[in-house]
Design a binder for this molecule. Structure first.
Ligand code: CP
Length: 375
């Protein structure tokens, strides 16, 4: 693998999910792959999970790791060609990229949407320069439009937390009282018994949950600031790909009008503007804020469309969760409590925010392992 950006870069998701479980069984068994190899992690933006989990994954594989925070201690980088560099930026990305690449074998980059130009953001102007000029495999650690390491971790988490067969509302019994880690420990591992994703491979409507598809809902939620669309874009892309590959997922997106996601990621998803209706019978609820993607309202790209005080009924609370199929709550973190989700929902035994974050180490390790194998 030379680039990790889209779900298609990973190929068959059943194979990738099985590989993730193989990593979980013994994450140190490939240390020979990373010996004398260096991963360079470049951050143009803040991070807690991506920084730590990707470092850990690289160390699990025996790699050396260099982390660069571009805006803290490095020269400020100019990213536009043709600019007269008489401002505060002392170095150009076109020199910095090959220099950085000369010190490493793999490069991970985090560079968020800047909201200056939809075209620049959606063309991935920064990340594409790394792909073009570094000569190294490049993995996206959240770019202007995608966050594939998060979406892969989310899919791993959904598979792990899907009982087989999935109980219907009111039939969950003992699972209801277990914390997520306990539920996980009751699920079969690869080789122990059925691998749920393989059961219905190629069969839409079966897959993760034999008997019926699971319902996964991506819900917009309020936020005081304009946030990028990378997480919802990737989550939609990965859920739809999982559905198309027969993993048995019915995927629904709910948001106020104007927040329609770009069709390159969300085409084929069911969009329901009534949040309560969307939540009915859901098995997994994934909450996230995003700013206007500029699809139905191009002039509002990157904007918050309404004063958040008027949108607080979109905050995920017990009211919405009550109409679900005792759904798991998911969020990529960091999360603003009582904006996106209430305290009681995020603290409930059905909340998966910690297992999701833990699975970031696993998703990163599968990706780095594949890149090392292809060197
Ligand atoms: N979910 C996620 O990517 O977290 P960080 O922004 O802390 O890396």
């Amino acid at each position: 693998m030379k680039v990790f950006q889209h779900v298609t870069d990973l190929g068959d998701l059943n194979v990738a999910l099985a590989e993730a479980q193989e990593v979980k069984r013994d994450r140190y068994q490939w240390q020979h792959l990373g010996r004398n190899k260096t991963a360079l992690l470049i951050f143009f933006n803040n991070s807690l999970r991506t920084r730590l989990s990707t470092q850990k994954a690289a160390m699990n594989l025996g790699m050396n790791v260099i982390v660069l925070d571009v805006n803290q201690g490095a020269w400020k980088l100019e990213t536009e060609r043709g600019v007269v560099m008489d401002g505060d930026k002392s170095e150009h990305l076109l020199e910095a990229i090959p220099v950085m690449a000369s010190y490493c074998d793999l490069i991970g980059v985090r560079s968020f949407a800047r909201f200056e130009s939809r075209e620049d953001d959606y063309e991935e102007k920064i990340l594409n320069q790394f792909i073009r000029y570094s000569g190294r495999p490049v993995f996206f650690m959240e770019s202007a439009t995608v966050h594939p390491l998060q979406a892969f971790a989310d899919l791993i988490t959904i598979e792990e937390q899907t009982p087989s067969p999935l109980p219907l509302k009111g039939e969950r019994g003992h699972l209801q009282d277990q914390v997520p880690s306990q539920i996980h420990s009751t699920l079969p591992l690869e080789g122990e018994s059925l691998r749920v994703g393989e059961l219905c491979s190629g069969m839409r409507g079966g897959g993760l949950c034999p008997g019926r598809p699971i319902k996964v809902v991506l819900s917009w939620a309020p936020h005081p600031k304009a946030l990028p669309q990378a997480v919802p874009n990737s989550f939609a892309e990965w859920m739809l790909a999982a559905s198309q590959q027969g993993l048995g997922i019915d995927f629904v997106i709910t948001h106020p009008e104007g927040y329609e996601l770009d069709p390159q990621f969300a085409a084929g998803a069911c969009v329901e503007y009534d949040q309560m209706k969307a939540f009915e019978g859901a098995d997994f609820v994934y909450a996230k804020n995003w700013s206007c993607p500029g699809v139905t309202r191009p002039e509002d790209y990157g904007k918050v469309l309404h004063d958040y005080h008027t949108m607080m009924d979109w905050c995920v609370s017990a009211r919405q969760m009550a109409v679900t199929n005792d759904a798991h709550f998911m969020h990529c973190l960091p999360v603003r409590r009582n904006m996106i989700v209430t305290d009681d929902v995020i603290e409930s035994p059905r909340s998966l925010v910690i297992p999701e974050a833990a699975n970031r180490e696993i998703s990163a390790q599968v990706v780095l392992k594949r890149m090392l194998e292809a060197l």
